[in-house]
Design a protein around this ligand. Structure first.
Ligand SMILES: [Zn+2]
Length: 394
């Protein structure tokens, strides 16, 4: 790979309050070699290096989707589809979905549950540049209780020993992290209800301890208010959904929120790009309760990271910007939203080499028309995507 000098009206280097006007970013192979003002950088870079001149544009870190399911097809019944899919066809479909995400500016995805560790194979193909796509962090098979949420993926565990065995199996398959279905979920109506726990507090600790013995972090699917508290106490690193459900509706617990903040646990409050339809289906009362707890968490200092849950019904691949607009509709500033999608996401995922523009980091970056700090819609006008320095022109 060769060098490219990208010249734009501005660079958002990350966090989003850090902006350079008339910016230049030098990409050298797979990494960022320099970031600065064009007036200084342009004359210092050899004339033979190609210039990518993008007037009116912003360059910023590539986006990170912290919650996807590449094995699911976003159709009405992804479970059945994934269970019956031919592995070769499924692998091809997953590669196609990964490319859709890359075209939307997503240069890193965290896959939180697949079949047969197919994401690990795709991760390797992308890493070796056999196919193009975002970098993948793969959870492989999620741990769940017998008959529990997404048990069809093969991760049902009933005892401490079974937990240890499944985690060892995932680690051997190449998992980058462990996903535990700590509470029930909507996709599995025959399992526990969404607010009901699937594991005891002790068992959640076994999951976290065993994962950490393998050097892996834990992401917990947690809808129930009690389950959220137990996951934080057990030491999970990210809470997926975190919707504060109880048998009596949504109940926010400020003391638990405080422990989320104190333990530096990030919340991935997944919504799809089609969130307006989702809110409509919930009805005004429940939609308001659902959004109110997000605002409560924000007011209490909880750190959010961005995820679409792409692959579940209605959550299409490649509508990342739509998901971010949901947070704008709740009053989050554009700078906060961009950080959720970049620096904060990278940090929560334990990635120290992406999520910002700085010398030495991976060249994961996007060039878009306009300025997303003043107009979020600019994220729908992506001109160029670089993933580990490899350019995708749109
Ligand atoms: Zn999910």
């Amino acid at each position: 790979m060769s060098k490219t000098l990208i010249l734009t009206d501005r660079a958002i280097t990350g966090p989003a309050t850090q902006v350079i006007d008339d910016a230049a970013v030098l990409v050298d192979g797979g990494v960022i070699a320099a970031v600065g003002r064009a007036a200084e950088l342009d004359p210092s870079v050899d004339i033979s290096v190609p210039r990518l001149r993008c007037p009116g544009a912003t360059v910023m870190p590539g986006l990170i989707d912290c919650h996807v399911h590449l094995a699911f097809d976003a159709g009405p019944d992804p479970l059945r589809t994934v269970a019956h899919a031919d592995p070769h066809k499924l692998a091809a479909a997953m590669a196609e979905r990964a490319q859709q995400m890359l075209a939307a500016g997503v240069t890193t995805v965290r896959d939180l549950g697949d079949r047969d560790a197919l994401t690990v194979a795709l991760r390797e193909s992308i890493a070796s540049a056999t196919v193009s796509g975002p970098r993948i962090l793969a959870a492989t098979t999620p741990l769940t209780s017998p008959g529990g949420h997404c048990g069809f993926l093969g991760g049902e565990v009933a005892t401490d020993d079974e937990i240890r065995t499944q985690i060892a199996r995932n680690a051997k398959a190449g998992a980058d992290l462990i996903k535990v279905m700590a509470s029930g979920g909507a996709l599995t109506p025959t399992g526990p209800r969404m607010w009901e726990p699937q594991f005891t507090a002790d068992r959640l600790r076994v999951v976290v301890d065993e994962a950490s013995r393998h050097g892996l972090r834990v992401a917990a699917h947690a809808h129930g208010t009690d389950t959220i508290a137990e996951c934080v106490a057990a030491g999970v690193r990210t809470l997926e959904h975190c919707s504060w459900r109880t048998a009596d509706g949504i109940v926010y617990d400020r003391a638990v929120a405080r422990s989320i903040v104190e333990n530096d646990v990030a919340v991935c409050r997944c919504v799809s790009g089609d969130w307006r339809l989702f809110l409509e289906q919930l009805g005004p009362g429940r939609a308001e309760a659902m959004t109110k707890v997000i605002q409560d968490m924000r007011a209490d200092g909880v750190r959010f990271i961005a995820g679409t849950d792409a692959g579940v019904p209605g959550a299409r691949f490649g509508d990342y910007a739509g998901m971010l607009e949901f947070f704008a509709s709740l009053g989050f500033t554009h700078a906060e939203i961009l950080d959720m999608a970049t620096v904060d996401a990278a940090e929560a995922l334990g990635l120290t080499d992406t999520g910002a523009l700085a010398p030495g980091l991976r060249a994961d970056l996007i060039v878009l028309d306009g300025d997303p700090l003043s107009e979020l819609d600019a994220l729908r006008r992506i001109r160029h995507v670089f993933a580990a320095g490899r350019q995708l022109s749109l």
